[in-house]
Design a protein around this ligand. Structure first.
Ligand code: BLA
Length: 643
């Protein structure tokens, strides 16, 4: 079964739910290798005992004849375990608080496995020098096996759907490798994961020794919370799991990143094996270091990648702010949209037009799909499973990202073809491999499965595509807006700048710059009669021709403006040392040449007012001054220049 199918499989869902109901924090029993007492913190009375210490029930803790034990039990929480002689052997006493109760656990020292500081410190040192997450994992599993002597050490990570993958392993030579294998979410149900967030290490010392019941005359021992206890008895489901797997004992460590259990490390042994509590504590620190270092490395990678992607996206879209050529920007640059969003093909539908690159399905049905997107993207690496309705319309497509553009009508569609993959499970995860619905897998024999109708998973690319679509949308809208703004500054007939433009330019504060400025006000003489005698169409043709002649006879750098009707202004910058009067004469002459419109030949003249502003004079009033000069020219008999 494919991991993503398994996550939706009704049997697996039921199993997850039922397994999570087992109250593992309150088993009312402990593991058989130790002894537990719960002591009333105020009175020192022993209110709960494990069966092997039944004689002590209801005694005061200082009556049992072990003064160190009594001290620890009354004072609460010493950091280090306390060593006591216990039934003829040395043992560690571990104390933690649980409300009104101090929980005291006595753990006989395992033979031949004293805590040694040096190998742990050496491992921590090696970890701090690692350069990559892979190296961190390798170091941790190798060092853990060296330090603990367990047969097999595995580090695994939980995926988004909670199923797990073994990512690193160190094992005895004769064992087969579990590296890269997948296991279902229900192997470690939700309540266990929650518990492992607060209890960072757990030792399970035997799958055979019967658990020791807890006794009390005061409380129901099935309500005593053993979440923080070292000796808490283990779920029978999980013990069965371990037996099926050939594990007699395990020691597991939590990997926590940003408050989430992202994975675990399990040391497993084929026979019973224990390590002392102080060593377990120090290995919890080692696991914590692995988690912190890999979280930091991941975060650095993520940031680096996101900065890079943002830069590349900016570079891809930059041309769109200057040009409408979407095709050139997205598909023809040094980097194309498919370099940024790795897919087999892409369709960009923007407004009525379609642009296509790479391998894409038939376009005809895509229009309807884009129209129905309704603001919500479609993100899938299994179209056949998630959208069978669409899969039918897109032969050959397994992965689809369809992202609507919010401000512009259209969407970006990215396609990926099928990639068949081989997934290997640590035993068939399905119900066929379990005697009952909630049973652990009976066989852990490697179980291969060919995954079909899936594309390469999109991962972060999905989010990056959404951001790209958003930025594209934005660029297109800004472009449309600036085009509108530009249009507002132009005369519709001639395409010349209009009065609004001129007013804005002259409104710029400050005096005329060192290069000087000149303003030429050009008014056609008696233009009204052209419209009256020849009609407006001819009138427009004349205006267009005059506009062309003014442009053609002014300097490139001059701005020819149509103020409206038959009035034009030529705005000249940088006129110091220029014979402005000569330019004005050239313009008036150019206008006066005959204009042919259809069969009519028209002779139009213009009157021109000229103002030259010396550097340092104010800009305001220039237009009025030129206007006044133009009237003087008209009064003086037209077709001339006044200044
Ligand atoms: C707990 N399951 C666990 C634990 C591990 C696994 C590591 C934590 C306890 C420990 O340290 O051993 C699973 N062990 C694995 C995996 C590997 C391994 C994946 O070696 C190797 C890759 N388990 C089931 C089913 C149920 C279930 C069907 O398979 C439910 C009915 C339950 N697993 C279950 C429970 C616990 C558990 C309840 C908690 C055990 C406890 O802490 O009491």
């Amino acid at each position: 079964m494919d991991p993503s199918d398994l996550a939706l499989d009704p049997d697996e869902l039921r199993r997850l739910e039922e397994c999570a109901r087992e109250p593992i924090r309150t088993p009312g029993m402990i593991q058989a290798h130790g002894t537990l007492l719960a002591v009333d913190a105020d009175s020192g009375e022993i209110v709960v005992v494990s069966e092997d210490a039944a004689d002590w029930l209801d005694l005061r803790v200082d009556e049992v004849g072990i003064p160190e034990l009594a001290d620890a039990a009354r004072t609460g929480v010493p950091l280090d375990p306390i060593r006591i002689p216990w039934r003829g052997e040395p043992a560690d006493v571990i104390v933690h608080q649980n409300g009104e109760l101090n929980i005291v656990e006595i753990e006989p020292l395992p033979t031949g496995a004293e805590y040694a500081r040096v190998p742990v410190v050496a491992a921590i040192q090696r970890l701090s020098n690692a350069d990559s997450i892979e190296e961190l994992r390798e170091i941790v599993v190798t060092e853990l096996r060296r330090i603990t002597g367990f047969d097999r050490v595995m580090m695994y990570e939980f995926q988004e759907d909670e199923h797990g993958i073994v990512l690193a392993e160190d094992r005895a030579l004769e064992l087969e490798s579990y590296l890269g294998l997948h296991f279902p979410a229900s192997d470690i149900p939700a309540q266990a994961r929650a518990l492992y967030l607060s209890k960072l290490g757990r030792a399970i010392t035997s799958t055979e020794a019967p658990a020791r019941p807890l006794l009390s005359n005061r409380l129901d021992t099935a309500t005593l919370d053993l979440s923080g206890a070292e000796l808490r008895a283990v779920s029978p489901y999980h013990l069965q799991y371990m037996r099926n797997m050939g594990q007699a004992s395990t020691f597991s460590l939590s990997l926590i990143e940003k408050g989430r259990l992202t994975g675990m490390i399990t040391c497993a042994h084929g026979t019973e094996r224990r390590i002392p509590v102080l060593l377990r504590r120090s290995l919890e620190v080692l696991a914590g270091q692995l988690a912190v270092q890999s979280a930091a490395m991941r975060e650095i990678d993520r940031l680096r990648h996101s900065v890079e992607v943002r830069e590349r996206r900016g570079a891809l879209l930059a041309p769109l702010f200057a040009s409408d050529d979407i095709t050139a920007a997205l598909f023809q640059g040094r980097e194309t949209i498919l370099d940024l969003i790795p897919a087999d093909g892409v369709v960009a539908r923007i407004g009525p037009s379609w642009r296509v690159a790479g391998e894409v399905p038939p376009l005809a049905p895509l229009g309807g799909i884009v129209d129905r997107l309704d603001g919500t993207p479609i993100i899938t690496d299994s179209l056949a499973r998630d959208r069978p309705d669409l899969a039918e319309l897109m032969p050959g497509v397994a992965g689809l990202l369809a992202i609507p553009l919010a401000e512009n009508e259209g969407a970006l569609l990215f396609f990926r073809g099928e990639v068949t993959r081989n997934i290997t499970w640590l035993g068939d995860p399905g119900s066929g491999n379990r005697p009952e619905g909630t049973s652990p897998r009976a066989s852990f024999a490697l179980w291969q499965q060919l995954v079909r109708e899936r594309s390469e998973p999109w991962g972060d690319v999905a989010e990056e595509a959404v951001e790209l679509a958003h930025d594209l949308d934005h660029a297109l809208s800004r472009r449309a807006e600036s085009r509108l703004a530009e249009l507002a500054m132009r005369d519709a007939l001639t395409g010349l700048h209009n009065r609004r433009y001129l007013v804005e330019r002259l409104a710029t504060r400050g005096p005329v710059g060192p290069d000087g400025k000149a303003l030429l006000f050009v008014d056609l003489d008696d233009f009204k009669s052209v419209n009256d005698q020849h009609g407006h169409e001819t009138g427009d043709a004349v205006i267009l021709e005059v506009a062309r002649r003014l442009r053609a006879n002014s300097r490139d750098r001059d701005d020819v403006v149509r103020l409206g009707g038959d009035e034009f202004v030529v705005l000249m910058d940088g006129v110091a040392g220029t014979d402005v009067h000569a330019i004005a004469e050239r313009l008036v002459e150019a206008v006066a040449a005959p204009i042919v419109v259809g069969t009519a030949v028209l002779q139009i003249t213009a009157s021109c007012g000229l103002v030259v502003a010396e550097p340092g004079t104010p800009r305001v009033g220039l237009l009025e001054a030129a206007d006044a000069a133009m009237y003087r020219a008209k009064r003086a008999g037209r077709n001339r220049i006044a200044s």
